[in-house]
Structure formats: C-alpha cells, structure tokens
Unconditional design. Structure first.
Length: 185
C-alpha cells in the first residue's frame, strides 16, 4: 500500500477484513462519483502483470465489448494443478449458465465500462464475487470478451480458502441455475 500511495494511487480501506466482495463493493461505490469511463480490477497478490493492460484495453476498444476478462489459462503451467482443474470446471458451469463460452471466470484481472456498475446487483462478499459479476453482467446483456494474460505465482501461501470458497460458489451457481430454469414471465 505504501508503494501504491507513493505512486499516486488513492487507497481505500475497509475498517476490518471483510472479504474480496466487500472490498470490490467499496471500490465500485467510490468510483461511481468519479469521472472514469473504464475500471481496471487487478488482484492485489502480485499475480497479474500490469504490462498486460494495454492489450486488454485494445480488446475492449476493438471488439466494442463492456467487459474484458484476463485469461490466465492461456499458459496454465504456472497455476497449481488443483486450482487449474477447479477453475476449468467452474468456468464450464458458468459458460453453460450464461450461454456463451468463457475460459477463466475466476480471473481477478478485468477491465470494464463504469456504466455497467449501477445496474449490477452484487450480493456476495467473498471470492465468489468474480462469478456473480459475470452472471449479473450476462443476465443484463452486457457483452464480454477475454484476453490472454501472464500469471505470476509466488511461493507465498494463498489466502484462498478452498472449502468456504467452494460453498459460496455452489450457492451462487445454484441461484444462477434457478434463475436460468425459471420460465419467462
């Protein structure tokens, strides 16, 4: 945080650790009053390379989409095997729910139009926020694309807790399936 502040970044802090979804919610609320057209979401664990951002910006401009998701699976070797398998399974389920293929729905590196934020109804507070974002954006008809990115995995122990994250994800997928299978009114 000290390096980010020294580089000119504005930092927001939650009063206590409240989960990734809460942190994103705070950031999303904060930027709504700012004069931005796009937002970049990048996980803070050093996993993403900032040099990949220009390619993502080109993709959003050239394809005229609302969201570009960085796909880490372009070179899956650095990702731990169990996370790669889980990511692929979840991405297939989400692709089925939204009706179009997505390779890496759990990526924390995205660029998206600020204009979509007011219409999203995100309720999750933990890691499943990535998935809920995609489900909501798809439900509302926002267009998405993917762009390959590099991924950096350090020796540090991840804060990702498999069981609580899986439970949150299952609840979210169940809700998405129920919404998808309801007849139109």
């Amino acid at each position: 945080s000290d390096e980010a502040r020294a580089g000119g970044a504005e930092l927001l802090r939650l009063p206590s650790h409240g989960g990734k979804g809460r942190a994103l919610g705070l950031a999303f609320s904060h930027v709504l009053s700012r004069d931005y057209d796009y937002l970049v979401q990048m996980d803070g664990d050093g996993q993403h390379h900032p040099d990949d951002l220009p390619g993502m910006l080109r993709t959003i401009a050239e394809l005229k989409v609302d969201v570009v998701i960085g796909i880490r699976l372009a070179d899956p070797a650095p990702m731990p095997f169990h996370r790669r398998c889980l990511n692929r399974l979840i991405s297939r389920l989400i692709s089925w729910l939204v009706g179009f293929p997505l390779c890496d729905t759990q990526s924390g590196f995205k660029i998206f139009r600020k204009a979509l934020l007011p219409s999203l109804q995100l309720r999750s507070i933990r890691y499943e926020t990535e998935t809920e974002f995609i489900l909501e954006a798809a439900r509302l008809g926002y267009r998405m694309a993917e762009h390959p990115i590099r991924t950096i995995y350090c020796e540090d122990k991840s804060l990702f807790k498999m069981l609580p994250a899986a439970c949150g994800m299952l609840r979210l997928l169940w809700r998405g399936w129920r919404q998808r299978s309801r007849p139109a009114r």
